[in-house]
Design a protein around this ligand. Structure first.
Ligand SMILES: Nc1ncnc2c1ncn2[C@@H]1O[C@H](COP(=O)(O)OP(=O)(O)O)[C@@H](O)[C@H]1O
Ligand SMILES: [Mg+2]
Length: 310
């Protein structure tokens, strides 16, 4: 029986049609197309074996549909539950526990609150005042202030003094901010990791925001460590489509950002070489999962409970 792969995408123009064409030309009983939602019933069918989500962080209704789809046995890339729960403070802790180098990271209280929160009455759990000098001494200067839930380089500040740190923090509004040790990198690497397994380390210029094709950029042992760390992180998070950024200093790859569930897959930034890798790799992965679904432990438990209550 034919299996369907549904793509959930925003404005990106290069990867989606290339992926659809790649899957469909392989003729393996699996057909890819743009998914369609709207006015869906909670107990209605989901006509996909696999859904690939590239935009639910900006279109929240899609996330709700995708969580329902998981209950219906659909493999959703990436897991919408993990993505909803993830943040950069959690990730720094996770990396350290997994033996992956991470910059020192400190979690800050929110600056502002929704109207129902009265700071003098509602915040009894917060230590006050915050010891800015202690945390600045811990992470060192300069440091990075960034949104724990951020992406796309929004709300990321390099701060050179405690005053500059506080000034930027004071503008952070309702966001949850973290302060991080600034890694003065010698090399900057971004990896695509597909299926928690296939890793492509690439030289990346964060200033120009472009990839540079150079297969010899990394010494073999460093490359091997980055590949291993990327697999470890993606399998701990359960992400099948992710990009991971490493700032390499004195030969140590510090994982500074690996919460990119809808990673850049544009042909212009990736270059045709790496674009081709990601089109083929995503087609391999999606076809494999459409033909042989994989369940997380929680999904397997739900499925057993559904069968038992039928
Ligand atoms: N701890 C750090 N040390 C050095 N540079 C950093 C650090 N954290 C972030 N940066 C720089 O800021 C950029 C954006 O930060 P990042 O955490 O990747 O946020 P986003 O999720 O918005 O991409 C990174 O690509 C890197 O160039
Ligand atoms: Mg980043």
């Amino acid at each position: 029986m034919q299996k369907n792969i549904g793509l959930v995408v925003g404005r990106e123009w290069s990867w989606p049609p290339a992926f659809i064409e790649e899957v469909n030309k392989r003729d393996q009983g699996v057909v890819a197309d743009f998914a369609k939602f709207g006015g869906d019933h909670h107990d209605g069918p989901v006509p996909y074996a696999v859904l690939i989500d590239r935009i639910s962080h900006e279109v929240p209704m899609y996330r709700s549909y995708l969580k329902k789809a998981v209950l219906d046995g659909v493999t959703v890339i990436n897991n919408p539950f993990m993505w909803s729960a993830d943040d950069k403070f959690f990730e720094a802790t996770l990396a350290t526990k997994l033996g992956v180098a991470s910059p020192k990271t400190v979690l800050l209280p929110n600056k502002d609150y929704v109207p129902g929160i009265v700071p003098s009455e509602s915040l009894r759990n917060l230590k006050f005042p915050l010891d800015w000098d202690e945390l600045a001494a811990h992470v060192g200067m300069p440091c990075i202030l960034k949104d724990a839930h951020g992406g796309g380089w929004k709300e990321v500040y390099v701060c050179h003094t405690v005053q500059e740190l506080i000034r930027n923090y004071n503008e952070s509004g309702l966001l949850t901010m973290i302060v991080q040790e600034f890694i003065q990198w010698d090399q900057f690497v971004r990896c695509l990791c597909l299926g928690q397994e296939d890793v492509l380390p690439m030289q990346y210029d964060p200033k120009a925001r472009k990839y540079i094709v150079d297969d010899d950029y990394l010494a073999p042992a460093l490359r091997e460590r980055i590949v291993k760390d990327s697999r470890t992180l993606c399998s701990a998070l359960g992400y099948d489509m992710n990009s991971l950024e490493y700032a390499v200093k004195d030969g140590v790859p510090y994982a500074i950002d690996f919460m990119n569930c809808a990673p850049d897959m544009d042909v212009y930034s990736l270059t045709p070489t790496y674009f081709d890798w990601v089109v083929k790799g995503m087609a391999d992965l999606a076809i494999k999962l459409a033909r042989k679904p994989r369940r997380t432990a929680v999904e397997a438990k739900w499925s057993a409970l559904f069968t038992a209550s039928r």
